[in-house]
Ligand binder design. Structure first.
Ligand code: ADP
Ligand code: MG
Length: 707
């Protein structure tokens, strides 16, 4: 953590001088001693800049009223009074009480531990005073304990009509934070304008300095809202800095040895002719965007985002065919062995239609067989390779790799994607993800990429009937399974991850497995969970895929993308403990065949009101994007994708839920600015560099300066 006592210094080399005071410790502000500075630092506010970006989250209305009768206690009230008699403490620990009367009634001011004649001077009997504080009823008597403000009438204007309230931390008071913020504001430099003047005009936004001053001095409740011009502007600045960084990273990747890959369409035409249905509009758009990217000399860096069942596989395959039509090769990587095999199986008929040579390479390939595959790959005798991360190993050499498709890379940050791109020998990059995340988060996380969204599902999929069922009815659910199994259907039973350690050694899944075996018969039920040896897990998965076992008890290890069309029932135990997006993914495992499917969400009663509302969303819709938006609104960004591992930055001011539109704006503006001024050396460009320093996007600055 930065040292709160650190004086004004220049910091990292190159930090612009006007920003130096803002990067000094808060201890350099007048009125902030070392103790306060350390309390601030402990709350994440080490430097003046951090203080400036910690905005009030509430406000107290202190507009005066004629009488306290106009308010219903408890409430904050400001009123002019005539001071009456003082009543000294009765016992040693008791308070001093002072009766005061306003225009209509009287009430009491209450002070504990008053010293000497302090109160006599502050509130002389017979004088007029304006007091402001929290009015409460105590034993039916209205009283104000330790008023926040007591001033003579001629100083009434010093009481703010609307007083900002800051997020508090230990050792800090509102008064202290407000004063510290004011001292920090006094240091604000005038900086050049990095935002587009047309944008400022259109939105009615103030300049940066004015925006900070306004945000720390809100005039009313509305000024605290996400749409208030000052706050929107400051949020935009934060997002713009982030998007500039991502855009610079993107420019970096695209500039690196891109290739022109232009297919003649002949293989794609064969596959299209063999398909029993047309592509959806969304698929057409995605394929067109990919073809255009590949044909351009820049390197493609595109995300293909689509809910389960939206038809990403076909889009990916058509993209691979573009590489092959151009005389090159394509590779598609899956996160696990099982998924690689499923991709291979799904692509095989399409490859036959197209007349291209498809192969699979995983960690299982050993010895002569592996050597033969590697040789064929290097000779160009394999057109399309599907595999696990084994395809990116050093010994794997392609004849002419033009497109690399990776799967589910949502745990990768920008840096890892850039590394991966560097390995791809100049090939175009396409990343598939089945995690529908809200647009604002997608832009925050994947802002360095271009994004194609398959927002339309192929027609004809049967909806999955979803029901909420109390665990008290587990026996009925088991009966239902017994009948389903007798009819030849298959089911997943997903258990929560928690280990029931205090009950014994078995996991919840093992206990459920034992229970279902007893109820349905030993040969019928399989089990997969994370602690099993991989070979055992693969075998259990394979037995279920082959239909040998009919019910698969699992933890959430049953992977995204696993496809068993005969499985038509999904039971999720303790569904209330899962994220909505995860439940949606699990539900996506069924409803893949021509039979009608069911998803039973088992919950432990009593279900809280909000718990029920969350699960109800799943009953209402199968639209993964809508579910993700609702999840975001209910839980906040960090929880939706797990901030720690997501590569998603934390924003101090911007609120991705309530200011979602700003992210798209910031991305478009960042890209445009860099297109017009790639080295950020024009007037706005230079101002934008200062913004990057201000927002500590040091990496971005390195990208331009080294670049
Ligand atoms: P995803 O990989 O996005 O989860 P898939 O590519 O597995 O989805 O597609 C789901 C199913 O929809 C597959 O059975 C596929 O054959 C079918 N499908 C794909 N595109 C279309 C389309 N345009 N019209 C009808 N069915 C389609
Ligand atoms: Mg290209």
């Amino acid at each position: 953590m930065a040292d709160p006592d650190r004086p004004v210094t220049e910091g990292p080399r190159g930090r612009p001088e006007p920003l130096w005071p803002l990067f000094a410790g808060t201890g350099t502000l007048p009125g902030i001693g070392p103790k306060t500075a350390h309390s601030l630092a402990a709350a994440g506010i080490a430097r003046v800049r951090d203080l400036l970006f910690t905005l009030p989250h509430g406000g107290i209305d202190r507009r005066p009223v004629r009488s306290v009768r106009e308010v219903a206690p408890p409430a904050t009230v400001t009123v002019a009074v005539t001071v009456g008699p003082h009543h000294p403490p009765r016992g040693r620990a008791g308070p001093t009480r002072i009766t005061v009367s306003d225009a209509e009634t009287s009430f009491q001011l209450v002070y504990f531990h008053a010293r000497g004649d302090q109160l006599g001077r502050l509130l002389p009997t017979g004088a007029r005073r304006v007091v402001s504080g929290r009015l409460e009823l105590f034993d039916g008597v209205a009283q104000m304990v330790h008023p926040d403000h007591v001033v003579p009438p001629e100083e009434a204007a010093t009481i703010p009509a609307f007083e900002p309230v800051y997020p508090l931390a230990a050792g800090l008071t509102q008064r202290l934070l407000a004063r510290a913020a004011q001292s920090a504001l006094a240091l604000l430099p005038e900086l050049g304008e990095w935002a587009d003047p047309a944008l400022l005009g259109r939105e009615g936004w103030p300049g940066w300095r004015a925006a900070l001053i306004a945000a720390h001095g809100p005039g009313d409740e509305r000024a605290l809202g996400p749409a208030a011009p000052a706050r929107a502007r400051l949020a935009y600045d934060e997002l713009l800095a982030h998007q500039l960084t991502l855009s610079l990273a993107r420019a970096r990747v695209r500039a690196r040895r891109g290739r022109v890959t232009q297919g003649d369409g002949r293989l794609r035409a064969r596959v299209r002719a063999a398909l029993p249905w047309p592509l959806t509009q969304a698929q057409e758009r995605a394929v067109a965007a990919i073809a255009a990217d590949m044909a351009a000399p820049d390197r493609m860096n595109r995300l293909l985002q689509g809910d389960v069942g939206s038809g990403k596989t076909l889009v990916a395959f058509l993209a691979l065919l573009i590489a092959v039509e151009a005389g090159g090769q394509g590779v598609m990587m899956a996160p696990t062995e099982l998924l690689a095999r499923q991709h291979h199986a799904a692509l095989l008929p399409l490859a036959q239609d197209a007349g291209v040579r498809l192969a699979i390479l995983t960690g299982r390939d050993k010895g002569a067989e592996r050597a033969a595959k590697l040789a064929a790959l290097a000779a160009g005798d394999i057109d399309i390779l599907v595999g696990t991360h084994a395809v990116f190993q050093k010994e794997v050499a392609f004849h002419d790799l033009r497109l690399a498709i990776t799967d589910e890379q949502h745990r990768f940050g920008v840096e890892q994607r850039m590394e991966l791109a560097a390995k791809g020998q100049g090939a175009d990059m396409l990343v598939r993800t089945a995690t529908p995340i809200p647009r604002s988060l997608a832009l925050a996380q994947y802002g360095d990429m271009d994004v194609s969204v398959l927002d339309e599902k192929p027609p004809g999929r049967l909806p999955v009937a979803t029901a909420l069922v109390s665990t008290e009815r587990t026996a009925e659910v088991v009966d239902h399974l017994r009948r389903a199994v007798a009819e030849g259907r298959q089911a997943y039973w997903v258990c929560p991850l928690v280990e029931e350690s205090d009950l014994g050694t078995g996991t919840a899944a093992e206990d459920r497995f034992a229970h279902l075996r007893a109820a349905l018969g030993a040969g019928v039920v399989g089990l997969v969970h994370g602690q099993m040896p991989p070979a055992e897990r693969d075998a259990a998965m394979a037995a279920f895929v082959a239909g040998e076992t009919r019910v698969l008890v699992a933890t959430t290890v049953i992977e995204v993308g696993v496809n068993v069309p005969a499985a038509t029932i999904m039971v999720v135990e303790q569904a209330e403990g899962f994220g909505l997006a995860q439940l949606h993914q699990l539900r996506g495992r069924v409803g893949r065949g021509s039979e009608r499917s069911t998803c039973l969400l088992l919950y432990r009663p009593p279900l809280s009101e909000s718990g029920r509302r969350r699960l109800e969303i799943l009953r209402q819709t199968e639209d993964g994007f809508r579910i993700a938006e609702e999840d975001l609104a209910m839980r906040g960004a960090g929880d939706v994708i797990g901030t720690a591992q997501s590569g998603l930055p934390r924003f101090r001011i911007a609120d991705l839920e309530r200011q979602a539109g700003l992210m798209a704006m910031a991305q478009a503006d960042a890209r445009l600015l860099l297109e017009n001024d790639p080295t950020l050396s024009g007037e706005r460009g230079r101002a934008a560099r200062i913004l990057l320093w201000l927002m500590e996007q040091d990496r971005a600055i390195r990208l331009i300066d080294v670049g």
